[in-house]
Design a protein around this ligand. Structure first.
Ligand SMILES: NC(=O)C1=CN([C@@H]2O[C@H](COP(=O)(O)OP(=O)(O)OC[C@H]3O[C@@H](n4cnc5c(N)ncnc54)[C@H](OP(=O)(O)O)[C@@H]3O)[C@@H](O)[C@H]2O)C=CC1
Ligand SMILES: O=C(O)CCC(=O)C(=O)O
Ligand SMILES: [Mg+2]
Length: 735
């Protein structure tokens, strides 16, 4: 599919803070690349871009956009792929609705999001929107397993400049609470297919009625296929008890889920939490609320917007809230609670932030308090539970001396739970769910009740083998401790262990690895890094996600500084920038006071790797020189403290890009491998140095005042450029 017209490197157009940063950084990168004959192209994977691309039939010719995600989905399956992937929004329903409204206000005649689709036409629109919802981009692009770690320079910098850590004390009441049974962990069954297989999922109701939940599933031989369910009644009992327990303990009530990546199951679990918290209101006014279109899965914020004109319901809500435990707040100034929006509290970022703060969450009084962290399912909750227990015993981690945890994550081809959306169902009738192979074999079978959440996930043989081999390579490169975080008592993990052990034996490296269940691995790993050493965590997809925020946030203060390489299975390279998200809070700050605290270190690291990869695969010497100079520039940013500050008045993202351009140009001017490049860039380096005072002054003009970007999800490119590239002097040098 690639042609001579495909640019050497594709940079993704995304959302929120990283996209604002791109408005300033990408012109620099493209200009420097051009001088060395390296071409850059962009492909739009933003939420707004994906909405537009999904509804061409509703739009004018000028408004239409190509389906860039589909293009990239094909590209990553080719050896030519060289993609720099920035974090993008994985939209919850409230975010999706807000983006649709914004586009409609800009004249895009898009259909409304059908909350309760009734007609066939509405169902068709809803199906199209559902394809955009949640984590719809990463699983398509991640055609390889992940290698995430802190670059040596970044780690050294963090040790020399340790961030502040909250104190942990033995008497902290902060705790992780999980179900005592009936959850996904307890009900899981797993099997490895011995031959290629087609399968269907059938619900047989107690009265004998059969419903095919899914047909046409097809798996190659060697696929590990899991099935499990979470009992709705067990969940509700658990949540009701936790509300009481939180109140008795005087801690903050908080629920931590991944409603974005687990876009089918977790919004439902979130909805149970909203319902449980407001149970007396639903008991008294449920019908009226349903008539007003309340869907608890969309959160308390959406619920309040729908019932706000009904004084009786509002009074009932106030009365219940007054009686409930205090809630962990997303924004106490604005009254945004944990339960307002399903995508505001995302477990991979929220739990580490709380742990970094010494186990404290923000309460409605704007003060920090011990918190009850409710993580209903036990599959991965023990990692956080053990982390908290460990810190209560030993006190906080010291980032000045702590070693580092790297991750090798099984991720390719929608591995494990993160690929389970098409095979996740909220059960509508009590009975039995069976996963049945074409030859009639019943692979999995569960007795279920109404409301239970049943799901199947799979991991294919080729990605699993690639993952184990990547782990072997990484361990050989580092020569350090390496742990497979797998629990032999968990059905899925036992199947993976059956893959891992023979490969390690066959390659003669079994003695270099240990296999530990997540709880034990957590403790062992903390002990290793407390001693200043390195550990490689080799994990499945979910723990890849969780650990590459947890350890970086404790070690480096943020996961934004991580190197995130996806070695694509067909030979291409996907370079993710950092391991975190799109930082909505940063956009708010920019809009209010014209300060962007986003740190582009993740972009710098990914750019260096992308150039190196280009140099290797296309034997492009100039790309190698560009890449080496990017590394020098990144080092310069760290050594000279040029990263953005958090507060207005301090240097921000734009300042850091000026310094990045300058250090990069200086490094290119200083190298002696390519005289032509050296001459070209020494002129640029000189101009940037001579213009320093004027450029910084121009960059700082207007700081502290509100700015207009022309939109949140679909901003106006010229307005954004005016805000993000305010230095005419610098622009003249770059352009
Ligand atoms: N790869 C991807 O595409 C990913 C996408 N996401 C998406 O991103 C959105 C937000 O997710 P959320 O869980 O809030 O996590 P984020 O990582 O966006 O934000 C958590 C906090 O981390 C800090 N942070 C993150 N990146 C940077 C950076 N480059 N520079 C400085 N600080 C940074 C900020 O802290 P502070 O506020 O203290 O400055 C930020 O508020 C969601 O839509 C989510 O789905 C999430 C993860 C990965
Ligand atoms: O795709 C997403 O929504 C988030 C991905 C993520 O958090 C990660 O890969 O670390
Ligand atoms: Mg993550």
């Amino acid at each position: 599919m690639t042609s001579d017209n495909t640019p050497d490197i594709i940079y993704t157009t995304v959302d929120e803070a990283p996209e604002l940063a791109s408005a300033s950084l990408l012109p620099i990168i493209a200009s420097f690349g051009k001088a060395a004959g390296v071409s850059f192209g962009t492909q739009d994977i933003s939420l707004a871009g994906r909405i537009i691309a999904t509804f061409p039939d509703y739009l004018t010719d000028e408004q239409r956009q190509s389906d860039d995600l589909a293009f990239l989905g094909d590209l990553v399956k080719t050896p030519e792929a060289n993609v720099i992937k920035l974090p993008n929004i994985s939209a919850s329903v409230p975010q999706l609705v807000a983006a649709i409204r914004e586009l409609q206000s800009q004249g895009y005649a898009l259909p409304d999001f059908p909350e309760a689709p009734a007609t066939d036409a509405e169902k068709a629109v809803r199906a199209r929107y559902d394809g955009i919802k949640g984590s719809a981009v990463n699983p398509v692009l991640r055609e390889g397993n992940s290698d995430r770690r802190a670059a040596a320079a970044v780690k050294k910098f963090a040790q020399a400049n340790p961030h502040r850590m909250g104190e942990w004390t033995a008497d902290s009441k902060t705790t992780v609470s999980s179900m005592s049974g009936g959850d996904f962990r307890a009900n899981e069954t797993s099997a490895t297919l011995s031959a290629d297989a087609k399968a269907k999922i059938v619900l047989t109701a107690t009265d004998g009625t059969e419903t095919v939940l899914k047909d046409g599933l097809s798996y190659p031989a060697g696929t590990v296929v899991d099935a499990t369910f979470l009992s709705a009644s067990a969940l509700d009992e658990f949540l009701a008890a936790e509300i009481e327990k939180t109140k008795a303990d005087g801690t903050l009530f908080s629920v931590h889920l991944k409603a974005t990546m687990m876009k089918v199951s977790d919004p439902i679990i979130f909805g149970h939490a909203v319902t449980a918290f407001l149970q007396p209101v639903f008991d008294a006014h449920g019908d009226k609320m349903a008539a007003l279109g309340v869907n608890p899965n969309s959160g308390l914020g959406d619920l309040l917007a729908r019932v706000k004109d009904d004084a009786e319901i509002m009074a009932a809500i106030d009365a219940v809230m007054a009686d409930r435990p205090a809630m962990y707040m997303v924004d106490s100034d604005k009254g945004l609670t944990n339960l307002h929006v399903p995508s505001d509290v995302i477990i991979d970022a929220s739990m580490p932030a709380l742990i970094r703060a010494g186990g404290k969450g923000w309460g409605p009084d704007g003060k920090e308090h011990d918190t009850n962290c409710i993580i209903p399912d036990n599959s991965y909750a023990p990692v956080y539970d053990e982390t908290i227990k460990y810190f209560k015993e030993t006190g906080k981690l010291d980032p000045a001396t702590a070693g580092t945890v790297q991750n090798v994550g099984l991720m390719a081809q929608k591995a494990e739970e993160y690929g389970s959306h098409p095979t996740t169902f909220e059960i509508e009738a009590a009975g039995t769910v069976r996963m049945i192979l074409e030859d009639g074999t019943v692979l999995h079978e569960h007795a279920v009740e109404v409301g239970d959440i049943w799901r199947s996930a799979s991991a294919r043989r080729a990605p699993i083998e690639d993952w184990v081999n990547l782990a072997i390579d990484r361990q050989a490169a580092e020569g350090c401790e390496a742990i497979f975080w797998l629990d032999e008592t968990r059905a899925h993990d036992a199947e993976l262990i059956a893959y891992v052990k023979p490969i390690l034996e066959a390659r003669g490296v079994a003695d270099k690895f240990t296999i530990l269940a997540p709880r034990e691995a957590t403790r062992a790993t903390f002990e290793t890094i407390r001693a200043g050493k390195t550990s490689i965590a080799i994990t499945g997809n979910v723990l890849r996600d969780y650990l590459t925020d947890l350890f970086p946030i404790l070690e480096l203060a943020t996961s934004a500084k991580m190197l995130s390489i996806v070695k694509l299975m067909q030979g291409g390279g996907l370079f993710e920038t950092g391991a975190g998200g799109s930082a909505p809070k940063h956009v708010q700050q920019l809009m209010e006071e014209n300060h962007l605290r986003w740190d582009s270190l993740g972009e710098f690291c990914a750019l260096g790797e992308s150039f190196k990869f280009l140099a290797d695969v296309k034997d492009n010497a100039k790309a190698r020189i560009l890449g080496e100079a990017v590394e020098t520039a990144t080092q310069g940013i760290l050594d000279n403290g040029r990263s953005p500050g958090r507060k207005v008045g301090q240097p921000d993202n734009r300042d850091s890009h000026y310094w990045f351009a300058r250090y990069w140009a200086e490094a290119l001017a200083a190298q002696s491998k390519d005289a032509e490049l050296a001459t070209h860039f020494s002129a640029i380096a000189n101009a940037l140095a001579e213009g320093e005072a004027k450029i910084l002054e121009e960059l700082h003009a207007g700081r502290g005042t509100a700015v207009d970007l022309g939109g949140y999800y679909h901003g106006d490119a010229s307005k954004t450029a005016a805000v993000m590239r305010p230095s005419a002097t610098m622009n003249a040098i770059i352009d």
